[in-house]
Ligand binder design. Structure first.
Ligand SMILES: [Zn+2]
Length: 162
């Protein structure tokens, strides 16, 4: 049984650390981590009605590994992102590490994502809008950056009742 208490919360030192790449030889040993991450997204959605992705450092595993649950679970290993242009948009961002806080941030409108899947196959995705900002959020976790550190200004925070 996976409990939401396994998700590290804002202020936990591990959330501010840079994660290491996943090596091919260690990948099989990370399967339980991936399962736990996928289960936590589902549990978070049941509890809070939101949640599209989680990064491994959010459960204290400092590896460059992301699990999304959009229509289905997507496993993203060792992602790299590039921004083809400077177009940006702003949004109220949320995070599984601070369920009752929204942060106004700016993200790039477009991004180019390259990653390995669970079969170690390379993928290349061109993303925009919702998916682009989601990937930027999750990728930031791998570099120890939270949305709170991307706040547009000192008034870009909103507590919500959930
Ligand atoms: Zn997050």
């Amino acid at each position: 049984m996976t409990g939401l208490s396994e998700i590290l919360l804002l202020g936990d030192p591990n959330l501010y650390k840079v994660s290491l790449p996943v090596t091919r030889s260690e990948w099989p040993s990370l399967q339980p981590v991936v399962r736990k991450m996928a289960d936590l997204i589902v549990a978070f959605r049941v509890r809070y009605g939101k949640g599209r992705g989680i990064a491994a450092p959010q459960i204290g595993v400092l590896k460059r590994l992301i699990v999304l649950n959009i229509d289905k679970p997507v496993i993203i290993i060792n992602p790299e992102i590039e921004f083809p242009n400077q177009d940006k948009f702003s949004l109220w961002d949320d995070c599984m590490s601070f369920p009752n806080l929204l942060v106004r941030v700016e993200r790039y409108q477009h991004c180019h994502l390259r990653f390995l899947d669970e079969n170690w196959k390379q993928h290349s995705w061109i993303l925009e809008g919702d998916m682009a900002e989601l990937i930027q959020h999750e990728f930031d976790h791998l570099d120890g950056i939270l949305a709170t550190q991307r706040a547009i200004d000192t008034q870009s925070f909103r507590i919500i009742n959930i």
